[in-house]
Ligand binder design. Structure first.
Ligand code: UTP
Length: 287
């Protein structure tokens, strides 16, 4: 399977991130020195994706703007001789092709993906949740793209979570067919703690085939009254089979404050210019 397009849903209300997200999309909140969604797009690029389809709403056009030129800013930087900054700002506009489609009602992640149907067309494609961050060498969407190419099957990313947190995720049960690769037998969205022994949680990375859209158009509102992507995935898995890949690297949910703050510290500690100062402050704060 050749994956050239990725759908990145960014149309949610971001209520967990309020009040920060009242007028700034949570996907645009900075983590270290970039907005959340830029890391997601950079990860897509590393996986070889060329076209990004944002599923947005009326208040989120600033996300598309971030990946466009800002000629006024560029000329200010040019005149000030700030070459390096100019290159960085331009680079963001030149990373990928950007398309956008509106989700007019926030009916859930599955519905957001369905909104991209026309723009995706008939090829396999990727989905990346716009507030899910993955860091680490060779980690991220590319892991799934590799397996989907080898096996010509839809692949979703999973990570192990503690047993008392399974009710926050879609949980997958499967048979391990090679190290870290599972053939999925069952999938359930946010099961109650203790109702399944699996701890493989779906994280926001998927490589899908276009027949998912048929299933999405048929699924009824599920958990939380939303059109759940997991319900359509379960139907697709039953119909044609699906793999889950245990992903490497570190994951941060930018919509969760502990994860959001941790991601900032993690990236700050990787910056040689900040590391020592940041360490000293953290040490002092931790007493
Ligand atoms: P979340 O459930 O984390 O986002 O969805 P949310 O609904 O915006 O956040 P909270 O729970 O109220 O804080 C994961 C991703 O899916 C998008 C969101 O923008 C986020 O990037 N999403 C969610 C949509 O595009 N449409 C939806 O209807 C729901």
């Amino acid at each position: 399977m050749n994956i050239r397009k990725v759908v990145i849903p960014v149309a949610g209300w971001g209520t967990r991130s309020l009040p920060a997200s009242k007028n700034i999309p949570k996907e645009m909140l900075p983590v270290y020195n970039k907005p959340v969604v830029q890391y997601v797009v950079e990860e897509a690029m590393r996986a070889g994706v060329e076209d990004v389809i944002f599923v947005t709403n009326r208040d989120k056009s600033v996300i598309e703007d971030h990946f466009d030129y800002n000629l006024q800013l560029e000329s200010v930087l040019e005149r000030a001789g700030k070459r390096e900054m100019l290159e960085q700002v331009r680079h963001v506009a030149e990373m990928v092709n950007i398309m956008a489609v509106r989700q007019k009602k926030q009916l859930g992640l599955g519905h957001a993906v369905l909104c991209a149907r026309e723009l995706v067309g008939n090829d396999p494609f990727a989905v990346m949740v716009g507030d899910d961050l993955m860091f680490g060498d060779d980690a991220g969407l590319q892991e799934l793209v590799r397996v989907s190419k080898e096996r010509s099957m839809p692949v979703i990313g999973v990570m192990e979570v503690p047993a008392d947190r399974i009710n926050r995720y879609g949980i997958v049960t499967g048979e391990e067919i090679s190290p870290g690769v599972y053939s999925i037998t069952e999938m359930v969205e946010k099961p109650a703690v203790g109702t399944t022994s699996s701890r493989l949680a779906i994280v926001g990375r998927y490589v899908l085939t276009p027949d998912i859209f048929e299933h999405l158009s048929r699924v009824k509102p599920g958990h939380g009254g939303e059109i759940q992507l997991t319900d359509a995935l379960a139907a697709l898995a039953r119909e044609r089979g699906m793999l889950a890949v245990k992903m490497g690297g570190l994951r941060f949910d930018a919509g969760d404050w502990v994860d959001y703050l941790s991601a900032n510290v993690y990236l700050g500690l990787l910056d040689p210019g900040l590391r020592d100062g940041l360490r000293a402050r953290l040490r002092a704060m931790l007493g």
